[in-house]
Design a protein around this ligand. Structure first.
Ligand code: GLN
Length: 310
């Protein structure tokens, strides 16, 4: 590829701008109000170079893109045995808000679906941590990965909580099966706060590049995540990051990734780059339409497919 990276990213954005397929999430007013035309794309290398095109500075709520990073935080806080004892690593093949529990253990199948992510949030710090301590841990950890201070969008958080019946139902079932013992409302409040943290595509690219670099934040140079935790997180993203489209995604595009309902996406090519994308229109799986297509172009043009041979 000979085009300089910033021009190339702009070309990708320009080429997909006319794609108006899909629909903006409308289950809360804050997301329904998103401008569907917005589109940002960023690339961060493990060496700390960051390039962006389109709406690079626009902030949006991280939503489910937080899930792999909070999974990494839980692994750091509690270790593999404790986390794997509560949340599995099998793709569910079902929608993100499905109650996918393993038959005997009742563990949620993986940390990328809501049942698993609510449980993962409860693992942060320790059994005796309070709801606000876990929220602070989430915001601090995501901020360390981004290399700047991130904040919660209180309005998104409030309206999510007003309509959180399904997540509350999941939390009650998880508690019933003793997957965790904390209060169901607090569990959903903590998870919702984690989903309401504001980020830009550049933040997501840098956070992805931290995983790509085995856990070293490429700008600050700080080791935020141990290599075994980075490997585990990327493995789960590869298996289950794109909801019920995870198998199609990995075979076609071939990079570990995670999407969220606001239209954000992070993609990670181990050893090389993190990709951040934002475009609010979603396909039927809940993945950003332009986000998926942008990653498809990057994967093809730059030979990013992990199983590629050329
Ligand atoms: N806050 C959202 C929810 O749990 C996040 C879901 C998502 O991004 N898919 O419903």
């Amino acid at each position: 590829m000979h085009t300089p990276v910033p021009e190339y990213l702009q070309e990708v954005v320009d080429g997909l701008e006319d794609n108006r397929d899909g629909n903006v999430a409308d289950y809360i007013p804050d997301l329904a109000a998103a401008d569907p035309e917005r589109f940002g794309l960023a690339l961060a290398t493990v060496g700390g170079r960051v390039h962006a095109a389109g709406d690079a500075g626009l902030e949006f709520s991280i939503q489910s893109v937080s899930k792999p990073f909070i999974y990494a935080a839980a692994l750091v806080d509690r270790g593999f045995d404790r986390v794997l004892g509560s949340v599995g690593v099998e793709p569910s093949g079902e929608a993100f808000d499905e109650l996918s529990l393993e038959a005997d253990s009742h563990r949620p199948k993986n940390p990328m679906i809501n049942a698993g992510a609510i449980t993962t949030h409860q693992l942060l710090l320790g059994d005796d941590a309070t709801c606000s301590e876990r929220i602070a841990r989430s915001v601090d950890f995501l901020s360390e990965l981004a290399g700047r201070r991130l904040v919660i969008d209180e309005s998104v958080m409030r309206s999510e909580l007003d309509t959180a019946d399904r997540n509350l139902a999941l939390a009650h079932v998880l508690r019933n099966y003793q997957v965790f013992s904390s209060d169901a409302h607090e569990a959903v409040e903590g998870y919702t706060a984690q989903c309401s943290v504001l980020v830009t595509v550049e933040d997501l690219a840098v956070m992805g590049a931290t995983l790509a670099g085995g856990g070293v934040q490429p700008i600050t140079g700080r080791r935020v995540i141990p290599t075994d935790v980075a490997r585990q997180t990327l493995s789960v993203m590869a298996a289950a990051g794109m909801y019920d489209a995870a198998g199609t995604w990995f075979s076609e595009i071939g990079i570990p990734a995670k999407s969220g309902v606001s239209g954000g996406m992070v993609g990670v090519l181990p050893g090389q780059v993190g990709i951040g994308v934002f475009s609010p229109r979603l396909d039927k799986h809940g993945n950003s339409v332009r986000g998926v297509e942008a990653c498809r172009r990057l994967s093809t043009d730059m030979n990013l497919h992990l199983m590629g041979f050329d």
